[in-house]
Ligand binder design. Sequence first.
Ligand code: GLC
Ligand code: GLC
Length: 811
Amino acid sequence: MKYGYFDDAAREYVITEPKTPWPWINYLGNEEFFGLISNTGGGYCFYKDAKFRRLTRYRYNNVPVDVGGRYYYVKDGDVVWNPGFKPTQTPLDKYECRHGLSYSRFSSEKNGVGAELTCFVPRGATAEVHKLTLENRSGAGKSLKLFSFVEWCLWNAQTDMENFQRNLSVGEVEIDGSTLYHKSEYKERRNHYAFFSVNAPIQGFDTDRESFIGLHDGFEAPQAVREGAPRNSEAHGWSPIASHYLEIDLAPGEKRELVFVLGYVENPEEEKWESKGVIDKRRAKGLIERFDSVEKADAALAELKNRWDGLLAGYRVCTGDEKTDRMVNIWNQYQCMVTFNMSRSASFFESGIGRGMGFRDSNQDLVGFVHQVPERARQRIIDIASTQFEDGSAYHQYQPLTKRGNAEIGSNFNDDPLWLILSVTAYLKETGDWSILEESVPYDNDEAKATPLFEHLTRSFDFTAKHLGPHGLPLIGRADWNDCLNLNCFSTDPNESFQTTENKAGGQAESLMIAGQFVLYGREYARLCRKLGKAEEAARAEGEVAKMVESVKKHGWDGKWFLRAYDFFGKKVGSEENEEGKIFIESQGFCTMAEIGKEEGLCEKALDSVGERLACEHGIVLNNPAFTKYVIEYGEISTYPPGYKENAGIFCHNNPWVAIGETRIGRGDKAFDYWKRIAPAYREEISDLHRMEPYVYSQMIAGKDAFKPGEAKNSWLTGTAAWNWVTISQYLLGIQPDYAGLRVDPCIPSDWKEYVVDRRFRGVQYRIVVKNPSGVCRGVKRLVVDAEELPGNLIPLFEAGTKHEVEVVLG
Ligand code: GLC
Ligand code: GLC
């Protein structure tokens, strides 16, 4: 069953039923100010950091799910309703929520009154704009009472949920005409406040939650709204909110348009106060004025749409398969922007108070985003590399506001360093900006210990090369990419986290996934060294990589697939010898992407084993058989019930590794099939089962051993977005940025006849037509650029601003 449909021309997903199988959300903002908004108006907003600068409050684990948000209550006689359906849940005569690119629009109708609410964060603004139109579509006059509502969070979203003995006394507000200010803690160490305003005179307001709602009522029936009478309350402590009250009389056919601004302002120390105890509002007023008319709000929304036109013009495909095209041209790219912005911090599954920016996560997210805004990718690389330690290892996470490594989680995830080679080489190939390698970048944020960025790559490479175990394979440390394969942990205490608890001394567990990663990115590193004329360093790196290849062949091959690891005791993990967890996906993905043993047929065998043992209709599970009991020497992986998360769930992030592996041996039909199985647009029809948004990837789909195979969880913030983008754009459609141009190496289903890619690359516009007359999967037979046939498969660089026609014939 579906709950809406794709409107590809508008680049929107249109939800037509408010009771979706889970809140289906969208993100507002792409720069500094962000909002999460569900299809019923739920969610919250924050400035830069969802933990430290939370503007509005949101309660996870709520009943019903998704309560709290930006609410507009329309009181029409005795009937109270919301344009977004919640929180009153008054049945609407019409409901539609359009989630577009960085905006959401609700169009609804009740008893002859139409409402249209459009929410977005304008470019360059630290505010959400909500444009609300009420229209009388009935034959009689209407006297409506409108109440807006947001609930302030006391900035630090963590202590907001914990420190009530303090919190319930610190709330402070100011009321100034139609603007309601939230200034808790401003008089002491904060230099920021928030506000909620509307571009019209108001007839009342509330800033104290209890006065507005009543102590024994809920968001669905605030007393002030039910009675149609605001209390004009001023909050002193307790729970500050902002609610405007407007009386709106509409003749038949008449409409009223309002613009609300929910914003954030920082003042320099010397400009904090207008007079004693009164905040300086000049910056807020400036911000409000930018959007104080419908024309200005509309212009800002149009600018945002233009921005997205430009962003998406970097890569556009026409394959004739509308689902493929909408994933590539709209939603996958959009999700890559969101994961780049958020890392794993704030979603409806990530509370915003837990994780900051992940080292490995952000490096991988970058490869899905770098073609969109390379300058931002550049800054991100510098920020990430600044949290590396001198020995090449890294803080596993950092806080976006301070950009400092997060000491609570610490280090020792031994895959981390190698991802930096991936992100930096992806950036260089996309941009040709070699200057980044010379940027002086600190270690552990200490400028005294800075080196050029290039040296960070050397240390990343060396960290792995110097931390090998008894089989010459990389030591896993706390964990590699799989956070739940904790081979040195041995935890017996349910109150400790597998990720942070002290590891057993002398841990020698080794990872075949990191081995594959080292071969793949070690080769990238060597190739980069050659480009830079560092032949000696390149040869050294190639030597280390060659040794690793030998170690994998010698100690990492199980007969039909690659082992996953050696545990603390030196025993095989992911082997036919094991009772459960005989085969794992990660090492099959990485070792085949790295083409280890391809000549001897190892890649083909490993991938065949994946097909036989791990693949199912909903995707490829992580391991098989699933663990049915806790294995102390494996850690968290075996704590999950079979079929979920890292224990044989379809952990979508790693499925593309297998798809790419398939392209390395030329099996385009198989690769495309795997890509399709988890692509949300292909799962739209089974939304009842899948439950998550049909326009974005989820981190996990329950695997074949689960109670409910096919049920997804944890949508939006997942490396799945970037990896599927790389898979479809570079390996299936085969347009690969390279140092000296665009390499074309498609690997497609054999029955595809032709497709066209429009690619903007280093300021040049390429139209690439790929033809497949003989029905092959892979192999470029002919390359014609501007009517001239070229050898090989590299489309050369041209002067920025020019346009070029490319024809590629496979065969
Ligand atoms: C989560 C983490 C990611 C990790 C993955 C597998 O998605 O964000 O860093 O690699 O789980 O455990
Ligand atoms: C849990 C999750 C894993 C995630 C990790 C992050 O272990 O299973 O997916 O990466 O937490 O802390």
